[in-house]
Design a protein around this ligand. Structure first.
Ligand code: UD1
Ligand code: CA
Length: 477
């Protein structure tokens, strides 16, 4: 049968307003572990092996559709007339050969793929028209309650508004995630009547099935907190904590040391190599990749960056940058977007780097700024050295060759090139290109030979020594 070969389909309900979030942002777009809530749902669905999901949008549809992009088909539900109406609209986007449909909510980002598989497997195994996901709640108020039959199958889901005291006392609730026999679902949705509120309840299908002698099967979730949807920002923070813990545990099982998971925040998209060590109070965000044996933290913040093997990032911020192996960064360094740091570099206290590359073995130990620059290998950037890259209207580039020694407080007024092996004296303001191997000093910086020529020799004395450099270039190891 071709229907057996078609992957199960999935419909994600995301048209509701999410009033209790009290937000101008659609609920399913609130971030969780660095990604939109609905992205986590789509991740789990992809892992469960369902076909391209259909997301039903309504409130904030433009924003939700933009965020979902090509990950799912989107269809609009206008107006929002209840969950049965939303599923009916979602079904219109599915082909007729689909045999099983998973229905879930865009605001249930913690549901693991295994849960979806369990529902789908149960549906296939039992042939039940619908398999309900339920949870036991200490406080079930607000949820639809599960009324079971003697054999354990479902008699009905009774919404809070329609429940009497006995039903309200039931602590087993309807999560809002289901596996349906697709053919049965198509036929039965038309039988759902409007409720007193005018909404069409998807949950009415359970009683309809039971009346036909086809009761719903039940999967009771082992972990209610993972199963249920997020309704307000208190639940959002609780979900964040759970998700963070889950991410940290995944990395630890994969061989990463996380010294203190409770003070470490790792986004869902971060990759970390074996034997890397994440010290306390560290935040790893976006699509960062941390190589093996790297040591990050304490107090490090890395976003969308690559950190090489054995590199140490201590109490520093690294954004959209790439750092090679065996580099030492910090404490108190800031790598701004577009920085590329070569192997064995040393980036020290209060060093700021932006849209610049540093070659292998280059050292920038103390309070300095390198922006829009290409710095070669084994360069020593003296304390307080600064690229004056902005002339008030435009940014200009600075090029520093290999083995250059920049004396303390060197100002490089861009555009300017300092040739390979050149040296600048302390306090030099470099406004013109420096030829390879030359030494420049002063304000503005001049080659040292020029100064020698201008210095008159004292009477009868041999030609004067060159003006001594104000100080040797900083070479703190
Ligand atoms: C629904 C269930 C209830 C269950 C609860 C779990 C019904 C009738 N009741 O309650 O048994 O305990 O979820 O949270 O289904 N949505 C749409 N279009 C609509 C209405 C809702 O897409 O017209 C979406 C919402 O965005 C949300 C989901 O469906 O993702 C559930 O809607 P919500 O209003 O949160 O749940 P209830 O209807 O209160
Ligand atoms: Ca509702």
């Amino acid at each position: 049968m071709s229907s057996q070969l078609t992957a199960p389909a999935a419909i994600v309900l995301a048209a509701g307003q999410g009033t209790r979030m009290r937000s101008r942002i659609p609920k399913v777009l609130h971030p969780l572990a660095g990604r939109a809530m609905i992205d986590h749902v789509l991740d789990s669905l992809a892992m469960a092996g369902v076909g391209r999901p259909v997301v039903v949008t309504g409130h904030g549809a433009d924003a939700v559709e933009a965020a979902v992009g090509s990950r799912a088909t989107t269809v609009r539900q206008e107006p929002q007339r209840g969950t049965a109406d939303a599923v009916r609209i979602g079904l219109e986007s599915l082909t007729n050969d689909v045999a099983t449909v998973l229905v879930t909510m865009g605001d249930a980002p913690l549901q693991p793929a295994e849960l979806y598989r369990e529902l789908l497997d149960r549906q296939r195994a039992t042939g039940a028209p619908v398999v309900l996901l339920t949870a036991r709640m200490p406080d079930p108020s607000g949820y639809g309650r599960i009324v079971r039959r003697a054999d354990g199958s479902a008699e009905a889901v009774v919404e809070e508004a329609d429940a009497d005291a006995a039903v309200r006392a039931i602590d087993e609730i309807n999560v809002g995630t289901y596996a349906f026999d697709a053919g049965w679902l198509r036929v039965s949705l038309g039988r759902v009547a409007a409720s007193a509120s005018g909404e069409y309840y998807l949950t009415d299908l359970v009683a309809l099935g039971a009346a036909d002698g086809r009761p719903a099967a039940i999967v009771e979730s082992a972990d209610a907190e993972d199963a249920i949807g997020i309704n307000d920002r208190v639940a959002l923070a609780a979900a964040e904590e759970r998700l963070r813990r889950r991410i940290a545990e995944r990395h630890m099982r994969d061989g990463v040391t996380i010294v203190d998971p409770s003070t470490t925040r790792i986004d869902a998209g971060v990759e970390i190599g074996q034997d890397a060590r994440i010290e306390p109070w560290t935040i790893l965000e976006g699509d960062s990749v941390i190589a093996q044996d790297a040591v990050i933290g304490p107090n490090a913040h890395v976003r969308d960056s690559r950190i090489g093997p054995r590199t140490r990032v201590w109490a520093s911020v690294v954004e959209e940058s790439s750092v090679a192996e065996d580099v030492q960064i910090g404490p108190y360094a800031h790598l701004r977007p577009g920085s590329q740091i070569g192997p064995r570099c040393r980036i020290g206290n209060f060093a700021e780097i932006k849209r610049s590359s540093l070659g292998a073995g280059t050292q920038q130990h103390h309070f300095s700024y390198i922006g829009d620059a290409q710095v070669g290998e084994n360069v020593n950037i003296g304390a307080g050295s600064v690229t004056a890259n902005f002339d008030g209207t435009a940014k200009h580039r600075t090029v520093v060759g290999d083995d250059v020694k920049l004396g303390v407080d060197t100002m490089m007024v861009a555009p300017v090139t300092i040739g390979e092996g050149a040296t600048t004296g302390a306090g030099s303001v470099v406004t013109r290109d420096v030829a390879p191997g030359k030494t420049v000093v002063g304000v503005p910086a001049r080659p040292i030979e020029l100064r020698r020529r201008h210095k008159p020799a004292p009477d009868g004395a041999p030609a004067a020594e060159a003006t001594p450099l104000p100080s040797a270039p900083d070479r703190n190891p």
